[in-house]
Design a binder for this molecule. Structure first.
Ligand SMILES: NC(=O)c1ccc[n+]([C@@H]2O[C@H](COP(=O)([O-])OP(=O)(O)OC[C@H]3O[C@@H](n4cnc5c(N)ncnc54)[C@H](OP(=O)(O)O)[C@@H]3O)[C@@H](O)[C@H]2O)c1
Length: 252
């Protein structure tokens, strides 16, 4: 065991859970948050380095309280990893304003609430890292994913601004842009997901990106994310033409 601490939100399943287990195996103390307390307790029961701190990130005040609880219990938070997210592919097939508001509230404002809870702490500490899970879906608008893409694109640009702000205080800001990872979130998708990887694969890449590199963006699997990066810089007419064709190939 070392004395390093990471706080992971969205840790009751999928990528966040796999990352919590990876960090715990590497000897870190891991504070895990999400709404489903039973799942958090189950993860902690099997890992002595993992400590549950239930939280709904849409609750602005609760984010601050939970952050204080973690700080009091574990003394220090080296990395804050904000992984909370939701997607509702069925609702995205039509314009559903209530769902879009909910997605923005969880993915975007929930993450901002979490950042707000730790912002002054890192600014004063003048060391540490805030990492935000975005997505390659934030690069450009994809078909039948408008609410989700918009929430991730908002997060990515917010993180870029935050990078400049906190760089002056020696605090690292990073974003994570995964391709398709097999989790309860992507289990809802009814189309073929190219180059889909396991949460454990994602956890390995994220662990390395957070602890052994200093880059702004951690993205994987590279074969897929480089393709998405090419789409990102294409002129609109070409992007729209290629994606329309690509979508029919994967059954969308
Ligand atoms: N899987 C992919 O292919 C993929 C690709 C790119 C980006 N991502 C991003 O990766 C992150 C993790 O997603 P995942 O694929 O691992 O899906 P997941 O297994 O569904 O995980 C989502 C996590 O967010 C938590 N959550 C949802 N709403 C919450 C709220 N209001 N307050 C607190 N926690 C909340 C969930 O826990 P509770 O329900 O217990 O609260 C769960 O732990 C998300 O930000 C997602 O957008 C995923």
């Amino acid at each position: 065991m070392n004395d390093k601490v990471i706080w992971i939100t969205g840790a009751s399943s999928g990528i966040g859970k796999a990352l919590a287990i990876k960090f715990a195996k590497e000897g870190w103390k891991v504070a895990i948050s999400a709404r489903r307390e039973d799942l958090l307790n189950e993860i902690a029961k099997n890992n002595q380095n993992i400590f549950p701190f239930p939280l709904d990130v849409t609750d602005y005040e609760k984010c601050k309280l939970v952050f204080n609880d973690i700080k009091n219990k574990l003394k220090n938070i080296d990395i804050s990893f904000f992984c909370t997210g939701m997607h509702d592919p069925k609702s995205e097939k039509e314009l559903n304003i209530e769902k879009i508001k909910q997605i923005m509230n969880v993915n975007y404002f929930g993450t901002i609430n979490s950042i707000n809870a730790v912002y002054n702490y890192y600014k004063e500490k003048k060391t540490g890292q805030i990492s935000i899970v975005s997505s390659v879906a934030g690069y450009r608008g994809l078909p039948a994913a408008g609410g989700y893409c918009a929430s991730k694109s908002a997060l990515t640009t917010f993180a870029e601004s935050l990078y400049f702000d906190l760089k002056r205080f020696n605090v690292r800001v990073s974003i994570v842009s995964p391709g398709f990872i097999k989790t309860p979130m992507t289990d809802q998708n009814d189309f073929l997901m190219p180059m889909i990887k396991s949460p454990e694969f994602a956890a390995e890449k994220i662990f390395k990106g957070l602890t052994k590199s200093n880059s702004f963006e951690i993205h994987f699997p590279k074969q897929f994310t480089f393709m998405m990066k090419i789409l990102k810089v294409m002129p609109n007419w070409l992007y729209l033409k290629i994606v329309k064709k690509g979508m029919s190939l994967i059954g969308r």
